[in-house]
Design a protein around this ligand. Structure first.
Ligand SMILES: Cc1cc2nc3c(=O)[nH]c(=O)nc-3n(C[C@H](O)[C@H](O)[C@H](O)COP(=O)(O)O)c2cc1C
Length: 170
């Protein structure tokens, strides 16, 4: 852990106290010999002592305990974030094949993670967070969209709502 702890201490010493410091960790890594959740729990506790506010729980894609490549199923790394959150008692972000708003919300409501990170989902839909807010009827008036077109989209959605519901022709 020496390098990780020394780098973290150096970064924290220069990064403003008022700003959060995240640490991305490969929670499980390596084949046969490697790095497991147990070691990551110890490291997470040490990092928290050094002022890390949140652990970003990634992995090398290999489950050392089960000796298999992590299947790229939806939320395939959530169990890693949950383990660090529960066992190290530090806030965590989970990442990896989180694609739907309901999926993200279920992870948060289930206290499996404190934050959700999206990579390719954001490449596919740069407005994913706004669409997630819409899905939960959180943002009615597009006030979270860039002002230039939030105003237009608000009128657009009102026009859409006024359209007669198309009856399926089947
Ligand atoms: C274009 C691209 C660049 C990435 N670069 C990095 C990187 O520099 N460091 C890293 O730890 N992960 C990197 N990742 C992995 C993502 O941070 C993320 O953990 C991974 O894509 C799984 O999340 P997703 O299923 O939402 O894409 C990258 C992913 C993509 C798609």
């Amino acid at each position: 852990m020496k390098l990780a702890l020394e780098v973290t201490a150096a970064v924290r010493a220069h990064w403003p106290k008022s700003k959060p410091l995240f640490f991305r960790m490969s929670v499980v890594d390596g084949i046969d010999v490697g790095w497991s959740i147990d070691e990551s729990v110890v490291l997470a506790k040490e990092l928290a002592k050094l002022g890390v506010d949140l652990i970003d729980c990634s992995s090398g894609g290999y489950n050392i305990e089960k000796k298999h490549i992590l299947q790229r199923t939806l939320g395939f790394q959530v169990y890693l974030a949950e383990a660090i959150k529960q066992r190290a008692g530090v806030p965590v972000v989970t990442v990896g094949m989180i694609t739907k708003a309901q999926q993200a919300e279920a992870i948060l409501q289930g206290s499996q993670a404190d934050l959700i990170a999206i990579g390719r989902t954001a490449l596919h839909d740069p407005y994913w967070p706004r669409h997630a807010a819409e899905f939960f009827n959180y943002a009615e008036k597009f006030e979270q969209w860039p002002e230039q077109y939030g105003w237009w989209l608000d009128r657009w959605s009102k026009s859409l709502k006024r359209l007669p519901v198309e009856r399926s022709k089947k």
